[in-house]
Write a protein that binds this ligand. Structure first.
Ligand SMILES: CC(C)(COP(=O)(O)OP(=O)(O)OC[C@H]1O[C@@H](n2cnc3c(N)ncnc32)[C@H](O)[C@@H]1OP(=O)(O)O)[C@@H](O)C(=O)NCCC(=O)NCCS
Length: 376
């Protein structure tokens, strides 16, 4: 069986950034406008008044201080409160669409780190929680503009999009169907957010990650991580859901209905998913004859600071040190499938040969996915 290494990672961060304070100001203006408009019904007890959001609550409940998004102007516009199509929108033969552009920029950094040219790649796996269209595949557009060889495909797997894309890539290399795979993960999940919903208007940000996977004997980059194991597990749940999809146009008056956006039962997710995650990681460690103390780092999905700290504490049996399970939530928010790879990209430079870690995602589905890695 061939060994597979991660030999390069890259990020693309959209230029538009919005802080909790800015987001809350717009939300509260919307609430005041709504309550004034519905005053008679609210006074009569027919319609409940909407409540203000608060930047302090957001930081305490989620660890998020700001996020980057494909567009901020449309979100801040009280008559819209939804992203506008970014410049370069749908793309064509000469120009990449916005989501492909995000992936391409992240891929350039990953390829440079792996010391590879685009044509050295024989498959692209483009995996994201939300795709801006179904066909032609975004991955094929990335292939076209980047100039990679072979084939490309798209995958959608909620907050496990990047890890499931990586696991599929590792399996393809081990099976001998590819030598070098580029996994791109352009997340545009702010486009799924209901910015009029107090419970969820603050959660998501956009970002793209890219990871080069190679047959170990071919890799020449200076920072290589052997993938020593992978694991995936799913269990159906409706607690994180959106009904938006190809049926939306068949569904009367659907476009602004609440169920077309991201919806969640946050408390239930917290309670149900975390035991699955800690059990999943414990059993993976056991299967690999490892103890949690053998891991130098846990690059966990970045949903929420309290969730991450709970999982790390449960696994370690004590409070985690900040560098044992690093978070990137403060600057980027929950970036759907990208979180654990963003953490891996930004927080691995201090580790040395022989150090081990786990890249683990969890989220909608429910889905959990992980790669056990060792620095070479
Ligand atoms: C979403 C989440 C951050 C909310 O945190 P929480 O502490 O559970 O908050 P709750 O929804 O129970 O609300 C707590 C209180 O804050 C209030 N609140 C909710 N949103 C608020 C906001 N934006 N501003 C101010 N107060 C708010 C609620 O009204 C509630 O008030 P009450 O106690 O008087 O009823 C949390 O449930 C969570 O992290 N869930 C995990 C799921 C997740 O992150 N999923 C993402 C996809 S993987």
């Amino acid at each position: 069986m061939v060994d597979v290494v991660i030999s390069g990672t890259g990020l693309y961060v959209p230029p538009h950034r919005i802080t909790n304070e800015e987001l809350v100001k717009t939300f509260n203006e919307y609430v005041d406008q709504y309550n004034a408009h519905h005053k008679a019904d609210i006074d009569a007890g027919v319609v409940p008044a909407k409540q203000h959001s608060s930047a302090e609550f957001i930081e305490k409940a989620s660890g998020i201080k700001a996020r980057h998004m494909v567009d901020v102007e449309g979100v801040m516009d009280l008559d819209r409160m939804m992203s506008k199509m970014p410049e370069g929108g749908h793309g064509d033969q000469e120009h990449a669409c916005f989501q492909a552009h995000m992936a391409i920029e992240a891929a350039k950094e990953a390829l440079a780190q792996a010391e590879l040219q685009a044509e050295d790649i024989d498959q692209i796996i483009c995996s994201a929680a939300a795709l801006q269209r179904y066909f032609p595949a975004i991955g094929i557009e990335v292939q076209h503009h980047l100039g990679t060889s072979g084939s490309a495909l798209d995958m959608v797997m909620g907050c496990s999009s990047a890890t499931y894309g990586l696991i599929a890539g590792v399996n393809a290399i081990k099976a001998g169907t590819a030598d070098r795979i580029l996994m791109v993960n352009p997340e545009i999940f702010s486009t799924m957010v209901n910015f009029r919903d107090r419970d969820s208007h603050f959660i998501f940000g956009d970002i793209a990650t890219a990871v080069v996977l190679e047959r170990a004997d071919l890799a020449r980059g200076k920072d290589q991580w052997k993938v020593t194991g992978t694991k995936a597990s799913t269990q159906f749940s409706s607690n994180i859901r959106s009904h938006y999809g190809p049926m939306t146009r068949l569904d009367d008056d659907s476009m602004l209905r609440e169920d077309m956006f991201f919806m969640q039962e946050g408390r239930k997710v917290f309670k149900e998913l975390l035991p699955l995650v800690t059990e999943f990681i414990s059993s993976q460690l056991e299967g690999d004859n490892l103890k949690v103390g053998d891991l130098s780092r846990m690059w966990l999905h970045q949903a929420n600071i309290n969730m991450n700290m709970y999982a790390a504490k449960k696994l370690l049996g004590r409070e985690p040190e900040p560098n044992e399970a690093p978070t990137v939530l403060d600057e980027y928010g929950n970036t759907a499938g990208a979180g654990s790879v963003v953490a891996f990209h930004k927080h691995r430079g201090d580790l040395k040969a022989g150090d081990k870690g786990i890249i683990c995602s969890f989220g909608a589905g429910y889905s959990i996915g992980s790669l056990m890695v060792e620095k070479l």
